[in-house]
Design a protein around this ligand. Structure first.
Ligand SMILES: [Zn+2]
Length: 62
């Protein structure tokens, strides 16, 4: 991830961080990003539960 937005409700699930941020268009979005070096997994979701599910099921390549 390049631009760091203002995350809140950050939570770590294994190596993956899940955070909620405001997308600037009146909606909240949820990001899941792996913090393991060399993995590079990150994705945005419209549902918090989807982001947490992705974090839970992430199979780290690193
Ligand atoms: Zn990973």
């Amino acid at each position: 991830m390049t631009a760091y937005r203002r995350f809140r409700d950050r939570r770590r699930i294994g190596p993956v961080q899940v955070g909620t941020y405001y997308d600037g268009r009146g909606r909240d979005k949820h990001a899941a990003a792996c913090t393991a070096p060399g993995c590079g997994f990150s994705a945005d979701y419209t549902d918090r539960s989807a982001a947490e599910l992705a974090a839970n099921t992430h199979r780290c390549k690193a």
